[in-house]
Design a protein around this ligand. Structure first.
Ligand SMILES: Nc1ncnc2c1ncn2[C@@H]1O[C@H](COP(=O)(O)OP(=O)(O)OP(=O)(O)O)[C@@H](O)[C@H]1O
Length: 599
């Protein structure tokens, strides 16, 4: 079996299914080996024709019938229990992996592509499931059936049995030697599979860009290259596996031929009274004994083939379990501290204290944020502006603790967020991300994402807040319209506003809008800002904007420049003290003039 800490707990959890299944399998194996004895007896009865032949035959036939019934019931039972157990082990592992996936930080998802993670969730888990079910059957069969048959063969004639066993021992040794090599081949194949998954996933996501740039053919060539590599890895694994299987079958056929030869020769010599000597031992096997011996060897064929299958199956499962375990053991770098402070009744005061931040994969000298210090009062609505890439998103991601605070500190209501319970922290913040991701679900469910129990009136109010209610009402299926991949394609502005509604409905003391009105017209933007002023009165709101006009009516605006705070002041004062703000205003005026001229 395949043991490591992740598997062991599920083997233990479903031990009753395994014990029942293995017991049924052993029972089937045991009674199955009675058949060769009966065949031997039948041969001797036919040959010697004793006076009670009819009653002996009747007894044997009844016993064969009983064996058939036990085998039928036993096979049903082990199939049901062992395959049930392996399915449950797989299901539990998948569940554990899903839980883990939710605990892993942004850093992990930067380092590992979605395609690779998907293949761990699919093909690797299937390989493990195969081994936890069929693999167990094969091992138990090979071990118990093999042992019982071997004992019986030795009892019949140990010298003849040795003839059969020597090649078998060679198969076992060879199997162990080849397993490591096959495991390496499988690992390579699976890693290549990741590449294939990653490529396909990116291709499907970026299909519009590919089409717009007429890159279908180039992409097809790139795909064919990766697919070919994958095919070669598959072929390499299959080649080794097939050679191994064929050689086992060849060895089996050779042993059968040898047994028939030696056995037939030995029976002939015992009939003429000159017993054959093998390994210094006189072979006294009669015709019935030989038939039983050959039939026993026949029962040994499956355990021997099974050994070959175990090697291949185990090597695959070991490689797959290694990948799954690496995922399950991945470090969770965003964790709750010991004695975490649970944020309650948050007023919304936010303090950044000499906070600096570099992305894990960025060169050490490149800081996305440097020595950032400012304070937002509880209930205040502020704007954040700055050039592209100046660190606006990084700032709010840090507040959400999507990354750890390593230099400086961030406080909410005076509590260091590194000491706060992460769930309570994130519950206190409603976030509208820049990419406006929506789930492939009804618009209704997307808005109610934070609380599925929200009533239709609350959903509608949130949509009115985001000025998207009229758009939704105009859809044929209204709030039941499915957004995302499988549903209608919403416009960028509609997606932005549905994301705003989703955040607003949380009624959190802090709301962050990351460039969330960039795709709406000026009138809609004004409506949303007016709604923020009215409906979020007394609650903290941060509006990140790429246009100065979005934030120019707010009381205070934070201006970032190359990751540093350039100024944090009223729009009037910023015009005097902040070169970045002055330039943004100047560019906006210029834009207006150009537009006016064009009209
Ligand atoms: N995951 C990441 N890994 C490494 N560097 C990153 C990562 N995300 C952002 N950066 C870098 O950090 C800096 C700040 O990025 P950020 O997204 O915070 O800027 P921004 O002001 O929000 O930009 P925009 O106006 O385009 O939204 C940029 O130089 C960017 O290249």
């Amino acid at each position: 079996m395949l043991f490591n800490k992740h598997m062991l707990k599920y083997y233990l959890k479903y031990s009753w299914l395994y014990i029942l299944g293995i017991a049924a399998l052993v029972a089937v194996d045991y009674v199955q080996t009675w058949i060769p004895d009966y065949l031997g007896e039948i041969t001797d009865i036919i040959k010697e024709q004793p006076s009670d032949a009819a009653s002996q035959m009747q007894r044997i036939l009844i016993m064969i019938f009983v064996v058939a019934i036990v085998m039928f019931a036993g096979r049903m039972l082990w199939r049901f229990t062992l395959f049930n157990a392996s399915g449950r082990v797989e299901g539990n592992l998948r569940h554990e992996m899903f839980l883990k996936s939710e605990k892993l930080s942004q850093k992990y998802y930067h380092e590992n592509k979605v395609g690779s993670i998907m293949s761990w969730f699919t093909t690797d888990l299937e390989t493990i499931e195969e081994y936890a079910g069929f693999g167990v059957v094969t091992i138990v069969d090979a071990f118990f059936l093999g042992t019982i048959v071997i004992v019986k063969m030795v009892q019949l004639d140990w010298a003849l049995a040795i003839v059969a066993f020597i090649p078998m021992i060679l198969i076992i040794i060879w199997g162990f030697l080849i397993e490591k090599f096959m495991s390496k081949l499988w690992l390579e194949r699976q890693n290549n599979y990741d590449e294939l998954y990653d490529f396909s996933q990116e291709n499907f996501t970026g299909i519009r860009v590919i089409k717009a740039f007429v890159k279908e053919t180039a992409n097809l060539h790139a795909f064919a290259k990766i697919a070919k590599k994958n095919q070669m890895k598959n072929v390499s694994f299959a080649r080794v596996s097939v050679i191994f299987d064929v050689l086992i079958e060849l060895i089996i056929a050779a042993i059968a031929a040898m047994l028939l030869g030696f056995g037939g020769y030995a029976v002939y010599h015992s009939v003429i009274g000159q017993n054959m000597v093998l390994f210094g031992h006189e072979v006294t096997l009669g015709a019935g004994g030989l038939v039983a011996f050959i039939a026993l060897f026949d029962s040994l064929i499956w355990p021997m083939i099974a050994m070959g299958q175990i090697v291949s199956m185990r090597s695959r499962a070991k490689a797959s379990l290694k990948r799954v375990s690496q995922f399950l053991d991945a470090e969770e770098d965003i964790k709750n501290p010991v004695n975490a402070h649970v944020l309650e009744n948050v007023s919304g005061k936010i303090t950044f204290n000499h906070f600096s931040f570099s992305y894990p994969d960025a060169p050490v000298e490149v800081k996305s944020l440097e020595d950032v210090t400012f304070e937002i009062n509880a209930g205040e609505t502020i704007g954040i502006v700055g050039k592209i890439g100046c660190g606006k998103t990084t700032l709010v991601n840090s507040l959400l603790r999507l990354y750890n605070v390593e230099k400086g500190s961030i406080l909410i209501d005076g509590h260091d967020i590194m000491e706060c319970d992460i769930t309570s922290l994130r519950n206190a913040i409603a976030y509208v991300p820049q990419d406006n991701f929506l789930f492939s679900d009804k618009i209704y469910n997307n808005i109610a994402f934070s609380d599925r129990k929200k009533d239709p009136v609350a959903i509608q109010n949130a949509a009115i807040f985001a000025d998207v209610h009229d758009n939704i009402a105009a859809f044929k299926q209204g709030y039941d319209t499915v957004s995302g991949e499988r549903g209608v394609t919403l416009s960028g502005g509609q997606k932005q506003r549905i994301s705003i509604a989703r955040a607003y409905i949380k009624e959190s003391p802090i709301m962050i809008m990351d460039d969330s009105v960039s795709a709406v017209d000026v009138k809609t933007e004004e409506t949303i800002l007016k709604n923020i002023r009215e409906k979020r009165k007394g609650k903290t709101t941060i509006v990140i904007a790429s246009r100065v006009s979005t934030v120019s009516k707010l009381n205070r605006i934070l201006v970032l420049n190359d990751g540093k705070v350039e100024a944090f002041d009223t729009p009037e004062n910023l015009l005097k003290v902040s070169p970045t703000y002055q330039r943004m205003v100047y560019l906006q005026e210029l834009e207006k003039e150009v537009e006016g001229g064009a009209n």
